[in-house]
Design a protein around this ligand. Structure first.
Ligand code: FMN
Length: 207
């Protein structure tokens, strides 16, 4: 059911993107296989839905070259990247051909046949249970049927990318950007420009 209150206009796209750039999220590569061909794309729009039963969601742009593979996929895998996996993020987030993408990274085959990144921070192998279109994106929900975790507790995060245009500025400047992250386990931040290690159990600030 769609509910829209027409008394209020949505904020403009640049303002929205600037606001969302502060949200911070893990960098994942979402994969599937269709007719023997592997597909994958970099995704930050991944979210836990419920632990009863274990369910997550992924948003994919319907204009993506691999959208049709995911639209019809019965299974998929969310591979959360480690610090040092920036090249995998770039490869799967760029205009690389479908099979070429898997030339970067060490890929294994999951229970359901989907590609699983061998040294991911964590991999969630899922059966697709439902999906819905919203705006430019397709949101698909997966029931988690297998999880593989790296012995090392670390994750690559994406936050306040340097290429994000600021509304009313026209150009990008990181002057004044400041981020504090509290984390138990070690985490790193992927800002496209640099990788910042976060000290265990502390609030770390950086500019
Ligand atoms: C850090 C990062 C996060 C991204 N998150 C998403 C996402 O959540 N959903 C999505 O559809 N595309 C996302 N993208 C963009 C896709 O990865 C990218 O459009 C796609 O892989 C390349 O498009 P193509 O498959 O049409 O060539 C992201 C890209 C990057 C670099």
């Amino acid at each position: 059911m769609t509910m829209v209150d027409h008394r209020f206009d949505p904020v403009d796209k640049a303002t929205f993107r600037d606001g969302m750039s502060r949200l911070g999220s893990a960098v994942n590569v979402v994969t599937t296989i269709s007719s023997g061909t592997r597909y994958g794309f970099t995704a930050s729009a991944v979210c836990s839905v419920s632990d009863t039963p274990p369910t997550l969601l992924v948003c994919i742009n319907r204009a993506s070259s691999c959208f049709h593979a995911f639209e019809n996929a019965a299974h998929f895998c969310v591979n959360t990247l480690m610090p040092g996996h920036e090249c995998i993020s770039d490869h799967f987030g760029g205009k690389t051909s479908t099979e070429d993408r898997f030339s970067v990274g060490d890929w294994e085959v999951g229970l359901t046949g989907v590609p699983v990144l061998a040294n991911a921070s964590v991999s969630f192998e899922c059966g697709r249970i439902s999906s819905v279109d919203e705006a430019t994106h397709h949101v698909f929900f997966g029931r988690v049927i297998d999880i593989r975790q790296n012995d090392q507790r670390a994750t690559l995060l994406y936050c306040m990318p340097t290429s994000m245009p600021r509304p009313h500025e026209g150009s990008v400047s990181r002057t004044g950007d400041r981020l504090a992250v509290y984390t138990g386990p070690p985490v790193s931040l992927h800002t496209k420009a640099k990788l910042v290690p976060i000290v265990q159990g502390r609030t770390t600030e950086f500019r």
